[in-house]
Design a binder for this molecule. Structure first.
Ligand code: ZN
Length: 359
């Protein structure tokens, strides 16, 4: 997995280096170190991409802190959402050439197992995410499979290109793939200012649903409305449960878009209309919740888990972004060397949309 040691300069024998942000031990943002590492070199089927933009995700922080679900070897380079320019191609690569503008698929799958063969490649037995299973984009260059690179339209800036894959794929798989959101249904999107939340508002509007959204600051209300939210609730100022019941005349919502965990779990379940679906992709406020089973069966509720999304869904989402139907919002672009400040900013929640690193 340590390509920068294994493959370094296999062709020339001369060490060439790049700048990267890595960590040598798990811990807080202070373990991030801006340093030089050997350049990657492409093997058969590989490309080396000069990173122009790498978006941050909460996953980066979980991996830095060290959680059992993502076993990595140290030192490690994070970053799953990468856009850039193909610089070198390995043996046998035909579809991509040096100079191509590309964005990389964040999900890595084997293509051969039972789940991959039926198209559920996000359930692959060896599923991994770029920046955890392999080195990521907090660097000037990154190694990838040529087949993981999607060509970018000339008019899409690199920062917006890097901002969309993980969050829009996740939101699409949750609302379209899992919850089967229908036109005219009502959906509650938690934390509409977060990366995945701002994607969910747009995906839900694309499905012609009515979108109720929560945010944690008044300044985020007009921004969420601009993305298409029909009603926006500042959950710090007013209890969102009361407001959602008022806005739905006591009926509740058809779908709850959940990624927070215990902090909103019980309210979210109570807000589901009969036959409602709660779809979840995360647990930022903790891993464990309580569940009253009588409530689940008597109201015929569905609880749906969701992990990333399939490659076919990524291709669909990418076309919608390339056409301007879905618009990733970039809050701030930080220089690569300020990765620590960028992660601290993300953890502060004082963000609307995505934070991006630019080498
Ligand atoms: Zn597989």
């Amino acid at each position: 997995a340590k390509w920068w040691l294994k493959h370094a300069n296999a062709q020339t024998g001369q060490p060439t280096t790049m700048n990267a942000v890595l960590f040598r031990r798990h811990g807080g943002p202070d373990v991030l170190e801006y340093t030089e590492v050997p350049d990657p070199s492409p093997g058969p089927g590989d490309i080396v991409v000069r990173v122009k933009a790498c978006a941050l995700n909460h996953l980066d922080c979980w991996i830095r802190q060290g959680i059992p679900a993502y076993r990595i070897s140290l030192p490690h380079i994070s970053g799953c959402d990468v856009a850039g320019i193909v610089e070198r191609v390995g043996e046998g690569v035909t579809g991509r050439r040096a100079g191509d503008r590309v964005v990389l698929a964040p999900g890595l799958s084997c293509g051969r197992c039972e789940w991959c063969r039926r198209g559920d490649d996000n359930l692959c037995v060896s599923y991994g995410i770029r920046g955890s299973a392999v080195a990521g984009g907090y660097a000037e260059r990154i190694l990838a499979k040529a087949s993981d690179a999607l060509p970018l339209p000339a008019d899409l800036p690199f920062d917006e290109a890097a901002a969309f894959p993980l969050v829009f794929l996740t939101a699409w798989h949750m609302l379209v793939g899992r919850a089967k959101l229908q036109a005219g249904e009502t959906v509650l999107v938690h934390a509409a200012g977060s990366g995945v939340g701002h994607a969910a508002v747009q995906v839900a509007k694309h499905c012609k649903a009515r979108v109720l959204a929560t945010v944690g600051a008044d300044a985020k209300i007009p921004k969420a409305e601009t993305l298409g939210a029909d009603a926006v609730i500042n959950y710090r100022r007013e209890p969102f449960e009361e407001q959602v019941l008022r806005l739905t005349e006591g009926r509740g919502v058809d779908v709850v878009f959940e990624h927070i965990g215990p902090q909103v779990w019980e309210s979210s379940l109570r807000l589901l209309a009969k036959g409602g679906r709660l779809v979840t992709c995360g647990a930022t406020s903790g891993p464990s919740v309580t569940l009253d089973l009588r409530y689940v069966f008597s109201r015929q509720l569905s609880l749906l888990g969701s992990l990333m999304g399939t490659r076919a869904e990524l291709d669909t989402v990418a076309q919608l972004v390339f056409r301007g139907t879905l618009r990733p919002v970039v809050d701030t672009v930080f220089p690569l060397r300020e990765a620590r400040a960028a992660q601290e900013r993300m953890l502060s929640r004082d963000v609307f949309g995505k934070l991006v690193l630019a080498p």
